[in-house]
Design a protein around this ligand. Structure first.
Ligand SMILES: [Fe+2]
Length: 348
């Protein structure tokens, strides 16, 4: 990426996006509230339930998401809220069916660069993850700068390279939990300033036509999940440019710490290798992700992403950290090397 793409060029000064910013609204009740807490009908339908890591990521084997009942769809939302991301392989679902399934969970979100209102096409990238102003390979939660950032988000890959193009997901619930109580107390009540300005500038300079103007919004740095009531970090290095309550250098160093905290969290992370027909369904409110670019032919990777608008992020001080939840429900049970985390259901 050329560094000229990062500045205010003539193109940027003259470009007028056709749509206004999306206004804040109150979405319908999260479908996970309607789920059987034990998720019996969903889990019973799976041949295998594989928890890929202790803290994040579950693969359901032997389920076609195109065939889910409404009860199973609601239970899937709860499983996604609890495990951060749920994976499937060999799915037969079509784009129309994916769109319909997404609508079960809420109002279809629209990315500022999204051409088709029903989905975003995700392509391969051959860029350098370490290049200046290359935002594509950095951790993010999808357009966190919106008033109602996405909640449940689905990516289905149609074609994938034999090697490369993996996606890494990291639990922000666990990231918050792993902070010391002193840092937890410090961060609760602060607000991240999320900006799409740099992405907008790069997008216009790259010849794209974003639909909406750039925005800058404050969200709680620690948010509470409406369903699990767990406290979670709501930070990502792609869009969070400042912490509202801090002075300049305080914010710069705090953001530097948070980025290191995130990048060092291999224990709170799952790395997913895609195949054609693979699906990841994640909760964008409590998970950050990054698609690993480079090392493969970008034309061999294509997927379809759908998402719904989530609630305006909020912080409820009466929520629990993950450790507090585990303790309240009877402690952390180590079986061999697998730590079983108890959320709403002992089966997860
Ligand atoms: Fe993304």
């Amino acid at each position: 990426m050329s560094t000229s793409h990062t500045g205010i060029t003539e193109q940027v000064l003259t470009y007028r996006p056709p749509h206004p910013p999306v206004k804040e609204f109150e979405p319908a009740t999260d479908r996970a509230f309607f789920a059987d807490p034990e998720k019996k009908s969903l889990l019973a339908a799976a041949q295998k339930v594989r928890n890929l890591t202790p803290y994040i990521g579950t693969e359901l084997v032997g389920i076609q998401i195109s065939q889910l009942t409404d009860a199973q769809k609601d239970e899937l939302a709860l499983l996604v809220a609890e495990r951060g991301v749920v994976f499937f392989r060999d799915q037969d679902i079509t784009l129309d069916q994916q769109y319909e399934l997404t609508k079960h969970y809420g109002i279809q979100d629209r990315d500022p660069n999204q051409v088709d209102p029903r989905h975003v096409t995700i392509l391969g990238r051959n860029s350098d993850i370490r290049a200046y102003a290359d935002f594509g390979g950095e951790y993010h939660s999808d357009h966190s700068f919106e008033a109602n950032p996405p909640a449940y988000t689905m990516l289905r890959m149609i074609k994938t390279p034999d090697s490369g193009g993996d996606t890494i997901f990291t639990s922000q619930t666990a990231l918050f939990d792993k902070l010391s109580p002193t840092f937890q107390n410090l961060f609760e009540g602060l607000h991240g300033v999320h900006s799409s300005e740099h992405v907008f500038v790069n997008s216009v300079n790259g010849g794209n036509k974003p639909f909406r103007p750039p925005v800058r919004r404050e969200h709680p740095l620690i948010r509470t999940h409406p369903v699990t009531k767990l406290k979670s970090l709501f930070y990502n290095p792609t869009f969070v440019i400042h912490i509202a309550e801090l002075k300049g250098q305080e914010s710069i160093h705090t953001l530097g710490f948070l980025r290191e905290h995130l990048h060092a969290a291999d224990d709170l992370t799952v790395r997913w290798k895609w195949e054609p027909g693979s699906v990841a369904f994640w909760d964008n409110r409590v998970v950050v992700h990054r698609a690993i670019p480079g090392g493969y032919d970008p034309s061999t990777r294509e997927g379809k992403r759908t998402a719904i608008y989530g609630e305006k992020p909020f912080f409820d001080p009466s929520g629990e950290t993950l450790s507090q939840r585990i303790q309240r429900l009877g402690g952390e049970t180590a079986k061999g090397e697998v730590v079983k985390l108890h959320f709403n259901s002992p089966q997860v």
